[in-house]
Design a protein around this ligand. Structure first.
Ligand SMILES: NC(=O)c1ccc[n+]([C@@H]2O[C@H](COP(=O)([O-])OP(=O)(O)OC[C@H]3O[C@@H](n4cnc5c(N)ncnc54)[C@H](OP(=O)(O)O)[C@@H]3O)[C@@H](O)[C@H]2O)c1
Length: 253
């Protein structure tokens, strides 16, 4: 058996993940915990979280503010001097905003949550990732982007889609800049994943129409995404992969 698939894959490793209270982030945090990691998890607005795995330690912060970004950096830094994996996953469309009527406040909200949080949290945790790479040989960043970074998304999602394109390019740049420190950086790009995200921003009819156009003929699930994060984060599985975007969309794109 490939030792990379051991259920102790992340034993003695520390993983920080944002947006871990629901959907893709929750499934991913749980899987890392099951694989032995100590998980520093961020939760957003939801207060009705089920009791997480014993290995998961959580905090709440609003990422529409700088203080929220900084609070997560301090939470992770206080918890562990050395960090092995950072997953910037928190994000959402916030709403549908036609380009001609977009208000400054909506623009700033979307950018702070989906773009600035990634920059500030990554900047704040590079020292811990560097310490992790020095202690264990390597460290990894995985950023959640979106199929809409490539397609432009559906009407009313222009700023959200553009923030995901920003994070996609930022990830490639991080990969080059951090390679000498043995920190890999990759992005995971979901297509249409059946989470609360679509309960908020898509109708049942729209989702069914999309489903019919997906070659695998189904919407994705959070559990389709979680193993892909583990793959990209694992040095034994993906140690020579950096600067890449992994599309996970049933063949849609
Ligand atoms: N579902 C899809 O089809 C799809 C497609 C492409 C990309 N994505 C990306 O995948 C990631 C996870 O989304 P998901 O599908 O799992 O949807 P989700 O369940 O709605 O998760 C979004 C996460 O972001 C957090 N969040 C939202 N607003 C926040 C705020 N103001 N401050 C702090 N955290 C906030 C949420 O926390 P709370 O709920 O606790 O506030 C939640 O954990 C996001 O980056 C999303 O853009 C999803």
């Amino acid at each position: 058996m490939n030792p990379g698939f051991s259920t102790e894959l992340f034993k003695h490793k520390t993983v920080a993940i944002t947006g871990a209270g629901t959907g893709i982030g929750k499934a991913t945090a749980t899987l890392f915990a099951e694989l032995g990691a100590t998980v520093c998890a961020h939760w957003g607005r939801s207060t009705h979280h089920t009791k997480p795995h014993a290995n998961i330690h959580g905090m709440c912060a609003d990422f529409t503010t700088r203080e929220g970004h900084q609070a997560f950096v301090e939470f992770v830094s206080d918890h562990s001097h050395a960090l092995d994996v950072l997953i910037n996953n928190a994000g959402t469309m916030v709403g549908r905003f036609p380009a001609d009527t977009l208000r400054d406040a909506d623009y700033e909200h979307i950018v702070s949550l989906n773009q600035e949080s990634v920059v500030r949290i990554t900047r704040g945790l590079i020292p811990a990732l560097t310490a992790g790479a020095q202690a264990n040989g390597s460290a990894a960043i995985v950023n959640t982007v979106s199929i809409s970074a490539s397609t432009g998304g559906s009407p009313g999602s222009s700023i959200y889609s553009a923030t995901k394109a920003f994070v996609s390019t930022y990830t490639k740049a991080l990969a080059r800049e951090l390679a000498p420190a043995q920190i890999r950086a990759n992005a995971l790009s979901p297509g249409v994943i059946d989470t609360d995200f679509h309960q908020r921003y898509s109708s049942t009819e729209k989702l069914e129409k999309t489903r019919q156009q997906i070659p695998l003929q189904r919407l994705g699930t959070a559990n389709d995404c979680a193993p892909a994060f583990v793959f990209l984060a694992s040095d034994s599985l993906a140690g020579y992969i950096t600067g890449q975007t992994l599309e996970i969309n049933g063949g849609q794109f």
